[in-house]
Write a protein that binds this ligand. Structure first.
Ligand code: ATP
Ligand code: MG
Length: 348
């Protein structure tokens, strides 16, 4: 995979070509100070577009307004003030509104799929810049886009192309995971199709293999084939309940892209074994999860922190919080007792 191929798979490159067949989206250039903020490890607290936070002192005298929280007697506490980006915030909000109020956010290549656990709704659905920041700052996939987009490229000696970073906002669409497929194109031929959510068994996918394959093949030859800038690439589609096929994303043909139920070999090989003659003669090889037995845990699980942390940090589980506070209190009492004992034992 060459750097050029990665460049060509940026959202702002493929979307204008295939706009008619994809989900309505808007692209906003990412200002440098926002990029710096996203890459800054220290700050996670985000005020973003929360209008209340900055003005609490000014207008909360007769206070129904949010209470000022006093983080009082802990000397080690430092107050972290999240930076404000008023101009960018209003542009983003305008775009979100134009897309119906709920969006799916991405950078040039990646969505923060590894961070959905941190969002209160456990989803990538956002309605403000602060939602987006929280996901982006928690995502290794986003950091990869920003810090090392060409890491896996074979032409490491050539200079890195200049990247203009962009925030991609896509109209939120309830996609049923069983309708998503990843399609592998080599030398402008559709060679393989994999169920995207391979961790689950979908009976209808298994049963409708032929129709699905046929619909995707037709979509490819009518709208995609020869229209992209490369002849090797991977595209993701969604087949809706009416059988219509939509383009969801375009990805580089190489190991940065998950091969799902296929595997990347030295040559493109079906299942890593012998090349399937069916794929050459009759059209793409199709793979889906064929039984409950092969169901696997979600590949993003390893990015999560223990559920308890989330419950505690969001106050979601009140009993857990009470248990936690009790534990803290008894620990504190224990250590106070120990200190008293130690003090009593100090030789005069
Ligand atoms: N507009 C949308 N609304 C709701 N969900 C979406 C939307 N677009 C994508 N998704 C969901 O998010 C998933 C990931 O989206 P997308 O393929 O754009 O991310 P990605 O970071 O490029 O993923 P990958 O690393 O696998 O290429 C999709 O499989 C789909 O389930
Ligand atoms: Mg992708």
């Amino acid at each position: 995979m060459k750097k050029e191929q990665v460049v060509n798979c940026q959202f702002s490159v493929w979307y204008p070509i295939f706009k008619k067949h994809s989900i309505k989206s808007l692209i906003l250039p990412l200002p440098q100070n926002v990029i710096d903020y996203l890459l800054d490890d220290g700050t996670l607290v985000v005020s973003g577009s929360d209008h209340n936070t900055q003005q609490t002192h000014a207008n909360n005298s007769d206070s129904d307004a949010e209470e000022d929280i006093q983080w009082s007697d802990d000397e080690t506490t430092t107050t972290v003030t999240a930076p404000e980006f008023p101009e960018f915030t209003s542009k983003v909000q305008e775009a979100i509104n134009a897309l119906g109020g709920r969006v799916f956010p991405k950078l040039n290549w990646s969505a923060p799929r590894d961070a959905n656990w941190i969002a209160l709704n456990s989803s990538l659905q956002c309605d403000s810049l602060s939602d987006i920041f929280l996901l982006f700052k928690s995502s290794d996939f986003i950091t990869h886009d920003l810090a090392q987009p060409f890491l896996a490229c074979s032409d490491q000696d050539s200079p890195d192309p200049v990247i203009n970073y962009e925030l991609v906002l896509r109209k939120w669409s309830e996609l049923i995971p069983g309708g998503e497929f990843r399609c592998f194109v080599k030398e402008n031929k559709l060679i393989a199709i994999s169920q995207r959510d391979y961790t689950q068994y979908y009976q209808h996918v298994w049963k409708q293999e032929e129709q699905i394959c046929h619909a995707i093949q037709a979509f490819f030859s009518q709208h995609i084939q020869y229209n992209f800038l490369d002849e090797d690439f991977v595209f993701d589609v969604y087949r809706d309940s009416q059988g219509r096929v939509w383009l969801i994303d375009v990805n580089p043909f190489g190991e940065v892209t998950d091969s799902l139920l296929f595997s990347w070999g030295r040559n493109w090989r079906v299942g890593g074994k012998s090349p399937s003659s069916r794929s050459v003669i009759e059209g793409p090889a199709f793979r889906c999860t064929t039984s409950e037995v092969t169901v696997q845990p979600s590949p993003c699980l390893s990015y999560r922190i223990p559920r308890d942390f989330v419950d505690l940090s969001t106050g979601e589980d009140a009993y857990k919080l009470i248990d936690f506070l009790k534990l803290k209190k008894s620990q504190q009492e224990d250590s106070e007792e120990e200190e008293e004992e130690e003090a009593a034992n100090v030789p005069q």
